[in-house]
Design a protein around this ligand. Structure first.
Ligand code: PAF
Length: 283
C-alpha cells in the first residue's frame, strides 16, 4: 500500500496506469466498519482504491470538536492495508490549504437547513475539501455513507452543478447489533451515554413504524421522534426532521418518500442518524 503525503505523490501513483479505474473513499480517519464497508464496495467496483485520511479543520465550527476528534493513523493504515487499499493520502494541513489559500466551494440552498443550520460553515468546509480530493485523485467513483445523508445530498448537488466527471456511490448506514449507527464519535460516549444513545435509533424506528402503518404526515413523524428523545434524560434534542430526501425541505403534505433525520446531544457528544423511507429507499 502506497502512503502519500503530497499531491504530487498521489498523482504519480494515480497515473501510473491511466487505464485503471479508481474508487475514492474520503475519510477523516478513526476508521470503523462503516468506512471499511465503503472500501470493500469500492474494491468490488474499481481496479484501484484510494482513501484519504484528513481531519478537515474548516468543516468544524467548534474548536473543541476539532481537538476532540479521534486520531489513530497507525491503526487506520493497518486496517486499510488489510483491505487491500492501493493508495492512502494523509496530507498535512498546508498541503490541502497552502499559505494564502482563499478559494472555497459553497452549495447554497440545501446547506441552509438541518446540519447546515446547526453548524454554520460546515458544508462549505466539506465541499471545498471534497472538491479538492476529487481534483487530486480524479476517481471514477467516490463513496459516501448514508449516515451523513445531508452530506450526500450536498456533494451530489456540487457534482451536478460543477460537472465533476465521477459517480457518487452511497453505502447503507452500518449499525451495531442494537441499532446504534457507527460513528467515530461513539467512542467519546461513557457507558451510560452509550446506552442512552440508542434513543436516536428508537426514535427513527418508531417513526418508521407509523410510516409503515400509513401515516404520511410530516408533523406526526417529527412529533413521534421528538417525544421519544424527550423521554431520555441524558439526551438533548438539537433537531428532528421529516424532509424531502433531495430538497431537504420539511414535509407538510403527503409524500411517497421521506428522509427522517435527527441530531441529538448525548452528554457532550453530538450524534446524528437518519432513515430513508419510501420509494427507492435503501434501508
Ligand atoms: O464524512 C466525512 O468523514 C467528511 O465530511 C469528509 C467527506 C471526509 C470530508 O472531510
Amino acid at each position: 500500500m502506497n502512503v502519500a503525503k503530497t499531491i504530487a505523490e498521489v498523482r504519480a501513483a494515480r497515473w501510473q496506469d491511466p487505464l485503471r479505474t479508481w474508487g475514492l473513499v474520503p475519510t477523516m480517519g478513526a476508521l470503523h466498519e462503516g468506512h471499511l464497508a465503503l472500501v470493500r464496495h469500492a474494491r468490488a467496483e474499481n481496479d484501484r482504491v484510494g482513501v484519504s485520511i484528513f481531519v478537515n479543520p474548516i468543516q468544524f465550527n467548534r474548536r473543541g470538536d476539532l481537538d476532540a476528534y479521534p486520531r489513530q493513523l497507525e491503526r487506520d493504515l493497518a486496517l486499510l492495508e488489510a483491505e487491500g487499499v492501493d493508495l492512502v493520502w494523509t496530507p498535512d494541513e498546508d498541503e490541502v490549504y497552502p499559505p494564502g489559500f482563499q478559494t472555497y466551494v459553497a452549495v447554497e440552498t440545501i446547506t441552509q437547513v438541518l446540519e447546515g443550520a446547526a453548524r454554520p460553515g460546515h458544508f462549505r468546509g466539506v465541499t471545498t475539501v471534497v472538491a479538492k480530493l476529487f481534483n487530486v485523485f480524479e476517481p471514477a467513483r467516490a463513496y459516501f455513507g448514508q449516515k451523513d445523508a445531508q452530506q450526500v445530498a450536498v456533494v451530489r448537488q456540487m457534482v451536478r452543478d460543477l460537472g465533476f466527471n465521477l459517480e457518487i456511490v452511497v453505502g447503507p448506514t452500518v449499525r451495531e447489533p442494537d441499532g446504534l449507527a457507527l460513528s467515530s464519535r461513539n467512542r467519546l460516549l461513557g457507558p451510560d451515554e452509550r446506552q442512552a444513545a440508542l434513543v436516536l435509533y428508537h426514535a427513527l424506528t418508531a417513526a418508521q413504524d407509523i410510516w409503515q402503518r400509513g401515516v404520511r404526515d410530516g408533523s406526526a413523524l417529527r412529533e413521534t421522534m421528538r417525544a421519544i428523545i424527550g423521554a431520555e434524560p441524558l439526551a438533548r434534542l438539537d433537531y428532528v426532521s421529516a424532509a424531502d430526501p433531495i430538497t431537504l425541505q420539511e414535509l407538510h403534505n403527503e409524500a411517497d418518500r421521506v428522509l427522517l433525520s435527527l441530531a441529538v446531544f448525548v452528554g457532550r457528544v453530538r450524534l446524528i442518524d437518519n432513515l430513508l423511507l419510501g420509494d427507492g429507499a435503501n434501508e
